[in-house]
Design a protein. Structure first.
Length: 210
């Protein structure tokens, strides 16, 4: 749904088709952009998905492409009623997992709102050098990144964390594609135990793409 100024508000863009109790149900926040391929991959394996994004039209298009296993929820994480909308979308059994793109739902709110297995997708800014914690160009003997998710602030603790770096190619570094990001996020969701990962490189910081 959208208010009179065209901004996304809390609301369901298409009727939800209730999943069977035995069907896994994964929440995907940021479903129309970097995590769009993850929605398709989850549906392909028979998983129900509640797809959350601010753009109701893009969500409706995604739901139409993926079929009845996708529940579209056009919502702004800062809107009143968002927590209740998530509870309603989760149904009686709640979500079995969640993929959360943190620019769409801040890490601190995800921790408060979501239980169970959740993967936080954190942009590279979370690995930006902090003079109080790490040397900007620190690197190990092989030149690989010396920064790890252990350096992340406490607000991300308790989740499986995917920090988005860049694909390092001499003279042609680039940011990762939605397909690459979605595959890495699903790998963490499927991991047998809580783990973290960095997709690509985050050091040296001066080498990040423009």
């Amino acid at each position: 749904m959208r208010d009179t100024e065209g901004r996304a508000t809390v609301g369901t863009e298409r009727p939800a088709k209730a999943a069977e109790d035995s069907t896994p149900h994964v929440l995907v926040v940021g479903a129309t952009r970097v995590l769009r391929p993850s929605v398709r991959a989850l549906v392909a394996r028979g998983t129900a998905v509640t797809a959350v994004a601010r753009d109701g039209r893009a969500l409706a298009k995604l739901a139409a492409e993926c079929g009845p296993l996708v529940r579209a929820l056009a919502a702004d994480a800062g809107a009143p009623g968002f927590a209740r909308a998530l509870r309603d979308a989760g149904g009686h059994g709640g979500f079995t997992g969640a993929l959360v793109y943190t620019p769409a739902l801040p890490a601190s709110r995800a921790k408060d709102l979501l239980g169970g297995t959740r993967v936080l997708i954190l942009p590279s800014a979370w690995a930006a050098p902090d003079a109080a914690r790490t040397a900007p160009e620190a690197a190990g003997p092989s030149g690989a990144s010396a920064w790890t998710p252990d350096d992340l602030p406490a607000e991300t603790a308790g989740s499986r964390r995917l920090v988005l770096g860049w694909h390092a190619v001499p003279g042609a570094s680039r940011w990762h594609t939605p397909e690459e990001i979605s595959a890495a996020a699903l790998a963490l969701l499927d991991a047998p135990a809580r783990t973290d990962a960095v997709l690509g490189e985050v050091r040296p910081w001066s080498a990040r793409p423009a």
